[in-house]
Design a protein around this ligand. Structure first.
Ligand code: NAG
Length: 181
């Protein structure tokens, strides 16, 4: 007794959707499940994205009489380290998340000595810093970088071994502007 209804449904072109509501383009249940899982993952990531805070600020307070060539400048006194991006042992910022960051560094040379440094990303120079021999000269560079999680940024001495960095007024700071998925 249901046969006529089935036959009507099968012969009715616009009723095909009723029998195979999701079968346009061969999408199966497994595919749909995968899609839902993927969407769910994206939703979870989006919900978490704007909850991340990364910000650090460290000062140099110890006199470094002879800087080695390529030596990282040790900003030994950590004042802010939200998100633990700054590693005081290595004196490096290690991006905890992929995103856009602002970083800033200042170096001061003492009187009668100059100092050449650079902000480096994974070892490559990004922005030079130079303190001249005029009394307590200082230089500050503020940069914006796209970093992948795990990328490292630090301040490296790029001059000769005769150079000295003053033990005050040298800083390294940065913060996450916007995380990217
Ligand atoms: C979506 O992801 C959350 C967190 O992982 C989980 O608790 C939830 O059960 C998931 N929902 C579906 C429909 O898979």
């Amino acid at each position: 007794m249901f046969l006529p209804i089935i036959l009507i449904l099968l012969s009715c072109h616009s009723c095909k959707g009723l029998l195979h509501p999701v079968n346009s383009g061969n999408i199966g249940v497994d595919d749909l499940y995968q899609m839902i899982q993927q969407q769910n993952k994206t939703i979870q990531q989006l919900l978490e994205r704007d909850t991340k805070t990364v910000g650090f600020f460290a000062r140099l307070t110890q006199r470094t009489p002879h800087l080695g060539v390529g030596q990282p400048i040790k900003f030994d006194t950590v004042i802010t380290n939200e998100g633990n991006g700054y590693d005081p042992k290595q004196s490096r910022f290690i991006a905890p998340f992929t995103g856009l960051y602002q970083l800033s560094a200042s170096v001061m040379s003492p009187t009668n000595a100059y100092v050449h440094c650079a902000i480096v990303k994974n070892g490559a120079d990004v922005s030079p810093l130079y303190g001249a021999t005029t009394d307590y000269d200082s230089d500050t560079q503020t940069i914006v970088l796209d970093l992948q999680a795990g990328d490292m940024v630090w301040v490296k001495h790029t001059g000769t071994t005769n150079e000295i960095i003053h033990n005050y007024n040298s800083y390294f700071s940065g913060f996450l502007i916007k995380q990217r998925l």
